[in-house]
Design a protein around this ligand. Sequence first.
Ligand code: FES
Length: 104
Amino acid sequence: MVFRQRGLPPLRVAFEEGVSLLELAKRAGVTGVLGRCGGYASCGTCHVYWADGPAEIWGEGRSGVEDDVLESAASVKSDKSRLACQVMLTPGLGTVIVDIAPRQ
Ligand code: FES
């Protein structure tokens, strides 16, 4: 798993199956992912862009609630936007690269 954050070198983190992308980012000390609601898909402060990895995680992996929260996120929503709290790391994901949204 690689986290890319503007102005910082990419941060490579060991994949941890069964945790959310938000949990992994917090454990790794990624500062740009805030997660203010604690992972309940209501604050939009864990917005990331799926830069590389399995396509099924992109837009079609979002729920309607997640889509609504991303509409009001501080950074522009794209077809590769996800809430890190709603992405569970499962076996077989392989190498994944996410860009942290510039504003949370
Ligand atoms: S932690 Fe609040 S929406 Fe993800």
